[in-house]
Design a protein around this ligand. Structure first.
Ligand SMILES: Nc1ncnc2c1ncn2[C@@H]1O[C@H](COP(=O)(O)OP(=O)(O)OP(=O)(O)O)[C@@H](O)[C@H]1O
Length: 461
């Protein structure tokens, strides 16, 4: 096994010689074998080894014993051991994370501290080949995205350096055998069995079937993982080049142009969405999966020019015509400025439309706040419909003075969220003619003897 790990380290160039490494040692068989192997490779790679252990304080005396055991084990091999008791139950209550996630967060924080303290470039963890099989299968079954299908990475950036996992090259059985051969007598954490029901089901029922087909199936999965990871890195690079031409990044949000985005090949579209999500989410929510990416792509194919998708943790995707905005901000609404051809139907992002018509006589049968009549001789064209701007005012029908649009909204008790997207109809000279369903201006036709009128309707589509 030592030889396999040595070859794996070299093949992937995991470790620069002469480095300081922090090894996460729980006291279980994997990390104990890991530490033992590294102590053997210490001279060859000229390593400075630090062991790091966290007592998550979930199991009282028992986990304290684990800590003592790890300290003692390290002392036997002359290895520095940094151990810490962390109040994970308390942190779990405050953070409302699952026990596993809370433990993980505390543990990784401590690992980072130890790396800082010793200026270590590597954190070495004991994930092995069977962990890899289980992870990939679980992600296939549950659904994942991009690199996720590649399972556990051999090397990834972490803190001031990297996390590396040299035991991905070997199986659980090989580790157990190694422990026996070297009389390592690891500690077993019974909560591992309880905590992770799904993983345990894969471990107990699925992996043994695969091992019957091929005893070294972990090597096949590892090979698959490395291929997926390489392919993904390449495709991500291509995606980034294409994506940069169709998005604009703003603080905490991304604006995407739909038409050019849709000319990108589908595999790049899917990965493009992933990159956008990686950029926006600090931590990718665990419930985000390929289902969300597919639903986004379907959303872009819909006929309706506007709409909204809600993603986990409050991310909103708002579509308005050829623009899609990804944002966490609640007040975000689509602004627009659209020319009204006459006659025409102008669909609006709120699901309504402005419909313009020409009448050869005064339409006295049309009354109400959802219709506006214009004398075509006295209006300056073109007309447009747009969202509000700061300082907008209009002269109301039946009054002389102007009134702020903002005050009209307030008086009518229009909710803030609706004000941003409320349509405002304006003429070519910049006069506000009409706030559909709310107020009309003095520019509505009063002379009923003219030969030609423009009639605007505001209707749900
Ligand atoms: N209490 C601990 N103290 C120090 N290192 C630990 C501890 N628990 C786990 N590790 C390190 O993490 C490796 C993986 O452990 P385990 O499989 O329990 O973690 P996981 O939750 O599956 O994975 P992850 O660490 O990615 O969350 C271990 O082999 C060991 O290197």
């Amino acid at each position: 096994m030592l030889e396999k790990v040595r070859l794996f380290l070299k093949k992937h160039d995991l470790l620069a010689p002469n480095s300081t490494v922090v090894i996460g040692v729980s006291g279980g068989p994997d990390s104990l074998a890991l530490l033992h192997i590294f102590s053997k490779l210490q001279n060859e790679f000229q390593l400075h080894i630090i062991a790091a252990h966290v007592d998550h304080m979930f199991r009282g005396k028992q986990s304290e014993e684990d800590m003592k055991f790890v300290k003692h084990f390290c002392a036997q091999f002359g290895i520095i051991c940094e151990a810490k008791q962390m109040d994970v139950p308390g942190f779990q209550k405050r953070s409302r994370l699952s026990a596993q996630a809370a433990a993980r967060e505390c543990r990784y924080r401590f690992f980072e501290e130890v790396m800082e303290k010793y200026s270590a470039r590597y954190l070495v963890l004991g994930h092995h080949g069977d962990d890899q099989i289980e992870t990939i299968l679980m992600r296939l079954v549950r659904g994942s995205i991009g690199r996720g299908y590649g399972g556990i990475p051999v090397k990834r950036k972490f803190g001031r350096g990297y996390i590396i996992r040299p035991l991905l090259s070997v199986s659980r059985d090989e580790i157990e055998a190694y422990c026996e051969e070297h009389q390592l007598q690891p500690r077993y954490d019974p909560s591992n069995e309880k905590d992770n029901y799904t993983r345990n089901r894969f471990r107990r029922y699925i992996v043994p079937l695969l091992k019957k087909e091929n005893q070294n199936v972990h090597e096949r999965f590892q090979h698959y993982s490395e291929m997926v990871t390489e392919d993904e890195a390449f495709l991500e690079e291509l995606t980034l080049q294409a994506l940069n031409k169709v998005i604009k990044r703003q603080q905490g949000k991304i604006i995407l142009q739909i038409k050019p985005f849709k000319t990108m090949p589908k595999p790049l579209q899917r990965r493009g969405i992933q990159l956008i999500l990686n950029y926006l989410y600090k931590d990718i929510p665990p419930d985000l999966s390929s289902v969300h990416i597919s639903s986004f792509l379907t959303f872009l194919d819909r006929q309706r020019p506007s709409g909204r998708l809600d993603f986990p943790n409050g991310l909103k995707i708002i579509r308005s015509y050829d623009i899609c905005t990804f944002t966490f901000q609640e007040e975000e609404m689509d602004t627009y400025h659209l020319k009204i051809e006459i006659p025409s139907v102008v669909p609006l992002p709120n699901g309504y439309a402005i419909i313009s018509e020409v009448w050869e006589h005064y339409p006295k049968e049309l009354t109400g706040n959802d219709v506006f009549i214009i004398d075509s001789e006295s209006v300056s064209l073109p007309l447009c419909v747009r969202t509000r701007r700061a300082g907008d005012r209009m002269t109301l029908k039946g009054t002389n003075g102007t009134k702020k649009i903002k005050d009209i909204f307030i008086d009518a008790k229009i909710p803030l969220a609706e004000r941003e997207g409320w349509p405002i109809v304006e003429d070519g000279a910049g006069n506000i003619l009409w706030l559909p369903c709310l107020k009309k201006s003095i520019y509505e036709a009063t002379d009923i003897t003219k030969k030609r009128y423009i009639v605007l309707h505001y209707k749900e589509q």
